[in-house]
Write a protein that binds this ligand. Structure first.
Ligand SMILES: *Cc1c(COP(=O)(O)O)cnc(C)c1O
Length: 408
């Protein structure tokens, strides 16, 4: 069969303005990057703390390569699980305040692995409509019944849980929604999971390192409204519990990625010891793949130290979010409600979003236009992401450009 049918589809996508293209980056990640031969001010990475090119991480990666070489050479269950991977897992458990953690090669693989290890044909998965694609793919692969609820709609989710007679139930949600920047109602989700005896998988890809006073992620963000499981001795021991019967974190499956805020690559899942032990047996994307290069684990150990030591990075981010939101009170285009580094500016039509993105590019500013099907019809947007690597002047430059463009 010839490939000409694909050529036709590609042409159609191009005609619809939906053809995805890759830019070629010629510099490390940062506030200013060199893209396709041009220097631009970038508001498009997920490197929110500015760690992807941090000297301490680069040095740790080099030292890791000197000590362990560049390749793991085998899967974790054969001979690829090095001392530095092992140490990183222990540090991630300590850092998140959960009993145990397991490293995966990517967040995509972690989600596939967890969901397929826990659910089968007789089980049910309940998913927020705005969840990341990897969670939806995981649900399909597991063969469980998948029911989606409108974004953060707890009433609908409760009806769906109440109606389910499945053997096992799993509620799945992004902790910070990647295209909207808002935070999932975790204490309420957890309370529903307690009421209907379901597990809760939280994908904290955009919260780990950023949310919470010390960057421990969405569980720290909500720590005053959650209680640790009795067997979890380390979970936010200092947190003050405010509500009367706050739900216990014992049924949470916490997943976070390490290629975004942490600045390196990979992902991990943390939770109860039995959960982690089961994943080592049954998560196929863990068992049947090569361990990530140990040098990355070495860089990640350095990253955790920087996340802990350099609180100014989270403070700078909060300041920049304030500057942007203060400055971008526009007439036609709305900043969506968000307190995270993801600050989407709602434009509406795909054509307009692309046009604004291109005009910014002509002014030397890179902000991606996000269009359907990644986001719902009529909600094309600029996905502005801020980083501790930006200065107030950088953000002001973006604000000024957008104000001008709105009036053109
Ligand atoms: C990026 C992302 C993933 C995938 O993580 P990778 O490590 O890049 O594979 C999963 N979930 C969410 C919400 C993400 O934003």
């Amino acid at each position: 069969m010839p490939f000409s049918c694909l050529a036709d589809e590609l042409k159609q996508r191009d005609a619809d303005g939906l053809l995805r293209r890759r830019r070629v980056l010629q510099s490390p990640q940062g506030a200013r990057v060199r893209v396709d031969g041009e220097d631009v001010l970038s508001f498009c990475s997920n490197d929110y703390l500015g760690l992807a090119n941090h000297p301490a991480l680069v040095e740790a990666a080099c030292a890791g390569a000197q000590r362990f070489g560049v390749g793991a050479g085998a899967s974790h269950l054969v001979t690829g699980h090095t001392a530095v991977h092992h140490e990183l897992e222990q540090k991630l458990a300590e850092f998140t305040g959960l009993p145990e953690a397991l490293l995966f090669s990517t967040g995509y693989m972690a989600n596939l692995g967890v969901v397929t290890a826990l659910l089968g044909r007789c089980d049910a998965l309940f998913a927020d409509k705005l969840n990341h694609a990897s969670l939806n793919d995981a649900a399909l692969l597991s063969r469980a019944t998948m029911t989606r609820y409108p974004h953060a709609d707890l009433a609908v989710l409760e009806r769906q849980l109440a109606a389910s007679t499945a053997r096992r139930k799993l509620v799945v949600s992004d902790a910070v929604f990647s295209m909207d920047g808002d935070i999932a109602p975790v204490p309420e989700l957890l309370a529903l999971c307690e009421k209907y005896d379901a597990w809760l998988l939280l994908d904290d890809a955009h919260g780990f390192g950023v949310l919470g006073k010390t960057g421990r992620g969405v569980l720290e963000h909500f720590s005053s409204r959650l209680t640790p499981h009795p067997s979890y001795t380390t979970f936010h021991a200092t947190s003050r519990v405010e509500s009367r019967n706050p739900p216990q974190v014992g049924r949470i499956i916490y997943m976070a990625t390490l290629g975004k805020v942490a600045g390196v690559f990979g992902a991990f899942v943390a939770g109860a010891p039995e959960l982690v032990a089961w994943l080592v047996q049954a998560a196929r994307s863990y068992v049947y793949t090569t361990a990530t290069p140990p040098l990355l684990a070495a860089a990640l150990l350095a990253s955790l130290r920087v996340i802990e030591a350099e609180a100014w990075r989270r403070e700078r981010l909060a300041e920049l979010v304030g500057v942007l939101r203060q400055g971008l009170q526009l007439q036609r285009w709305q900043l969506m409600p968000s307190e995270t580094p993801i600050q989407p500016l709602l434009i509406g039509s795909s054509q307009d979003a692309v046009r604004v993105s291109e005009s910014l590019r002509q002014r030397g500013i890179l902000v991606p236009a996000i269009r359907p099907p990644t986001v719902p019809q009529g909600t094309a947007r600029l996905r502005i992401t801020l980083s501790a690597a930006h200065s107030v002047v950088d953000v002001q430059q973006l604000v000024d450009a957008l104000r001008q463009l709105e009036n053109e």
